[in-house]
Design a protein around this ligand. Sequence first.
Ligand code: SF4
Length: 174
Amino acid sequence: MEEHDILVHACCGPCSTASIERMLEEGWNPVLYFSNSNIFPEQEADKRYEALLEVARVYNLKVIREHYDHQGWLDAVKGHEGEREGGSRCELCFAYNLREASEKAKQLGFLHFTTTLTVSRFKNSKTIFRVGEAFPGFEALDFKKKGGFEKSVALSKELGIYRQHYCGCEFSRL
Ligand code: SF4
């Protein structure tokens, strides 16, 4: 791996658009990693993956898809199902996905990894960084900055890709 290669946990196509543009501007070589066992049902995960593939084609990037293990994710958030969005269930969810990304980065020899989760204005970047920094190689890139969220909305409209209406898990659909 080269110094600027980075494995990017990509939560969905829309959030990836602005994140990719920012990383390319900053000289990173992103490889996208779709590991989102939190998404329910599985057909919804497939739809988001398809949208990510469309984005990857536009920027000519590689996508790696991880095995979907929703039961494993449910076990990880057990006891926190009824928490409000943004609370302890979400921290455990970030930890689950970032651990997967960290392990994949290590396995493939990446020196760096990050996540597109910080684009969302509904997610606290500081919390994501606190969780991510527990894993070696995590890059704390705040993709909300520099109008990242607004840019992701505009770019995903322009590309005509699927944009979901809930965060991901069954508890965020209630
Ligand atoms: S609301 Fe979103 S971040 Fe929170 S646990 Fe559900 S999928 Fe994960």
